[in-house]
Structure formats: structure tokens, C-alpha cells
Design a protein around this ligand. Structure first.
Ligand code: FUB
Length: 328
């Protein structure tokens, strides 16, 4: 498959997290809906209130099974509003869904819900993860250790924290100062808490200097993902207001990571978000755009395209739908 394909043409799904469980591919997206809330920089118009799970036996063949609603805002005891990008991990026969949600004070926290099967139903814990904040949890497992990458600026509220403590008010570094970093934290053995204080996942330029806040085509905004390729750790993310998916490579899950380049050029829509996964010997980039909704930024559609690497381990840039990429 060299052309991007839409996966769920009858509904709006975004922010894919994708994993192989029991030989199948499972997709955990956000479920976009028309809420009528006007668009703003806070992302209030992304007012999602449930999740579906999808699975595929084969990406090339393309058939997608919808396992239906697996978790709803209405079932989460601490819920305020806005179920954003989730991810799922498997440990010892149980499946753990991590999801960002605003609490009753309109503060994003990260919650956990558990299931006995990858397709759910997921039962939420009574409280969010203690010490959690911001959005976009992405889980990476290696040798029985589970790491969560998280965070997002602007509507994702990461600028309201320093050293894992809430500030009196939001604070962005000056343009010449090191950029706000995504966070990485190891999960506890029971998968329900953080095992340590979240750390900065530092992104460096080729000279070993931290990317700066003013470097808006390279600095982190939201949408973390981690995958391993040829022994290296590929941390990937969205640059938000410059609409790129970028990546940086490191030697261990905590980083630092050195910036390498662009994975996906801008798509139709405002947000860009992804998952990278190997399945049946090929690598795939799952992502979303707003072509089917004719550019309504809050109604996004899931897509997949094959991802290719150069011999030196760099990723071949994929053209997003703004560049006029044709889709099937
Ligand atoms: O879907 C809501 C937010 O939009 C996600 O959490 C971000 O990553 C962006 O895609």
C-alpha cells in the first residue's frame, strides 16, 4: 500500500493509538462528534464523550471491525468533559486504557480503565492517576517495563506546570529559551499509578542544544508516540500550530532525543496526530485528516499509509493531504 487509505468512512475518528495484540491490529482512536461548541485555541470544540475500539486482521486487505462503544464520559466518576487521545497497554492478560479527561474543575488529568480483552468493555478507576496532568498519553513497553509519554501545550494545559507542580498561572518560556518538553514516566507494577516523578523527554538539535520555544516547526506541541527501530528509540510528536509530525531519535526510552526530521507534512485540518506500528513485516503510519468533513477541524477521519525508512534509519517523509496527496 503506497496510497493513504481511509479506515472508518461512516464516522469521525481521530488520534489513533495502534498496537498488535494476539496477532491482530487494534486501533484506539478519539471519537469526534458535532457538539456545536465554537472553535477556539483551547480546543473546546473537541468535546468527545466516548471511545470505540477497531481491529484489523490485515492492513493491506483493509477490512476494519468496529467493536462499538467501550468507555463513556458518563461512566467515569471524576469526569468533567472532553475525552481526548487515549492509548492501551497489555500486561498479564489485562488491558489498560489510559485517557485524558478534564475533571470537574476543568483540569486535564489522565485516567485508567481496565478490561479482560483488547476490545473492551473498559471499566474506569474511581480516580485519575495521582500526580497526572495534561493530555495525550502514549504507552511504550520494553522488557516488562511500561513508559508513558504525555503532554500537550495550549489546550493541553502543559504550560500550567513546571517540575510536575501546578503554577499560579500558565507560563511559556521566551522564544529563545528551551522549549516546554513532553514528559516520560515509568508506570507502577500494577499499571495504575506512576512509579516515579515524570521526567522531561528532552529534544535536542544536531548540535546537542535543546530546541527552543520559538522554533515552532520543530519544537514539541502534543501527540507523543514512541517506537523502536533497529535498536534506536524513535520519539515522534506534533508541532501543533505548524501542523507537522516530526521525530527525534535516542538511545533509551527516557532520551534525550535528537531531532531528525518530518514524518508527515500538513494534513487538511488543524491537528495532526499519529501512531507508528509494525505489522506483518511492514511499518504503518496511522493518522487523521479532515478531507471527508471538508475541513471541519473537529470532525477528523482515520487514515493509514505504509511508512518507509532509508538505509541510514531516517524516515521517508509522507506527504499530507494539504499537499494534494490522493487517497483511496
Ligand atoms: O483530539 C483532541 C486533541 O487534538 C488531541 O488530544 C491532540 O493530540 C489533538 O489531536
Amino acid at each position: 500500500m503506497k496510497q493513504a487509505k481511509y479506515l472508518v468512512p461512516n464516522d469521525y475518528m481521530a488520534d489513533p493509538a495502534v498496537h498488535v495484540f494476539n496477532g491482530k491490529l487494534y486501533i484506539y482512536p478519539s471519537h469526534d462528534r458535532e457538539s456545536g461548541i465554537p472553535e477556539n485555541d483551547n480546543g473546546d470544540h473537541f468535546d468527545m464523550n466516548d471511545y470505540h475500539v477497531f481491529s484489523m486482521d490485515d492492513v493491506e486487505e483493509g477490512r476494519v471491525t468496529d467493536h462499538g462503544v467501550v468507555l463513556k464520559v458518563a461512566d467515569i466518576p471524576w469526569a468533567g468533559r472532553q475525552l481526548w487521545d487515549c492509548d492501551v497497554a497489555h500486561k498479564n492478560g489485562k488491558y489498560y486504557m489510559y485517557f485524558p479527561l478534564k475533571d470537574k474543575n476543568d483540569i486535564f488529568r489522565i485516567g485508567v480503565a481496565t478490561a479482560d480483552r483488547p476490545e473492551g468493555f473498559f471499566t474506569p478507576e474511581k480516580r485519575p492517576i495521582p500526580g497526572s496532568y495534561s493530555i495525550d498519553p502514549a504507552i511504550f513497553e520494553e522488557n516488562g517495563k511500561y513508559y508513558m509519554y504525555f503532554g500537550g501545550i495550549w489546550g493541553g494545559q502543559l504550560q500550567r506546570y513546571r517540575s510536575n507542580k501546578a503554577l499560579e498561572s500558565a507560563c511559556f518560556p521566551a522564544n529563545s529559551e528551551p522549549a516546554i518538553c513532553p514528559k516520560v514516566v515509568r508506570l507502577s507494577d500494577d499499571m495504575l499509578e506512576f512509579a516515579e516523578e515524570p521526567r522531561d523527554a528532552l529534544i535536542l538539535d544536531q548540535n546537542g542544544k535543546p530546541l527552543t520555544q520559538g522554533d515552532t516547526t520543530r519544537r514539541f506541541f502534543e501527540a507523543s508516540w514512541m517506537h523502536k527501530y533497529n535498536g534506536k528509540y524513535y520519539y515522534s510528536y506534533s508541532t501543533g500550530d505548524t501542523h507537522l509530525l516530526c521525530y527525534a531519535v535516542g538511545d533509551n526510552p527516557y532520551g534525550p532525543f535528537t531531532y531528525q526530521g518530518v514524518i508527515l507534512t500538513p494534513v487538511v485540518g488543524w491537528t495532526t496526530h499519529h501512531a507508528i506500528v509494525e505489522f506483518k513485516g511492514k511499518w504503518y503510519l496511522f493518522h487523521h485528516d479532515c478531507v471527508p468533513s471538508q475541513g471541519k477541524t473537529w470532525l477528523r477521519s482515520l487514515k493509514v499509509v505504509e511508512l518507509e525508512y532509508n538505509a541510514d534509519g531516517t524516515i521517508k517523509t509522507v506527504a499530507g493531504s494539504v499537499a494534494g496527496q490522493s487517497v483511496t
